[in-house]
Ligand binder design. Structure first.
Ligand code: FES
Length: 211
């Protein structure tokens, strides 16, 4: 059987570079693809003075194309400043791989979105965001699309685990349709806190589970 992939895609798929989790990263991004529901996580270590990406790692829960693209973007991003790395596009990554089948374009988009999310996280955590939009329920909802529902393998918005979002004067209040003693309740709460606490105007996060 002939694969519709270039040698380079297959090589990066079989021997992905910079794969794995990073402990205490300076920035971390988790993105899901609306097209297929797969996910990718990207971790960064950044020099605080030069803003150069000194180390980068990824974990992919996606397909061969996603693994190959994530692998190549880590190679492209390593050694670049975060401003330079922001300009890496999925087209550029695809080109570096010698092309991908058109039906697989969303897989490389997912990898690049993961990189951008990790850079955004770094910038937020290090006070580098200049355009500060006020946090709204839409902003919170879009952040929560990056929190997994471990029971479904999809995010907590898509799986309707979040039944209410209130944002008022720096306080975010969420209602989660899960008993507080559920085995995943603590993990979900921690993940929610992590995704929301870097929002510049959020001072308090209250996650309320159903009884
Ligand atoms: Fe989901 Fe490729 S099919 S990442």
């Amino acid at each position: 059987m002939k694969f519709p992939y270039t040698e380079k895609v297959l090589e990066h798929f079989k021997n992905p570079r910079n794969v794995g989790k990073m402990e205490d990263p300076d920035g971390k991004g988790l993105e899901g693809s609306p097209a297929c529901g797969d996910m990718v996580a990207v971790y960064l270590q950044v020099d605080p003075d030069t803003k150069v990406i000194e180390d980068i790692k990824f974990e992919s829960y996606g397909c061969a194309s996603n693994i190959a693209t994530a692998s190549i973007i880590t190679e492209l991003a390593k050694g670049k400043t975060i401003e330079e790395a922001k300009k890496i596009t999925w087209q550029q990554a695809t080109e570096e791989l010698g092309g991908l089948p058109p039906v697989k374009a969303h897989c490389s988009v997912l990898a690049v979105e993961g990189l951008r999310a990790s850079i955004r996280d770094y910038e937020e955590k290090h006070g580098l965001v200049t355009e500060k939009e006020p946090t709204t329920t839409d902003v919170v909802r879009s952040r929560l699309k990056h929190v997994m529902n471990p029971m479904a393998g999809l995010d907590i918005i898509k799986t309707e685990l979040v039944t209410k979002i209130d944002v008022n004067d720096g306080t975010v209040r969420l209602l989660i349709d899960l008993p507080s003693d559920h085995q995943f309740a603590t993990a979900i709460k921690e993940d929610i806190n992590e995704k929301l606490e870097s929002l510049w105007d959020v001072t308090d996060i209250s996650v309320v589970f159903t009884e």
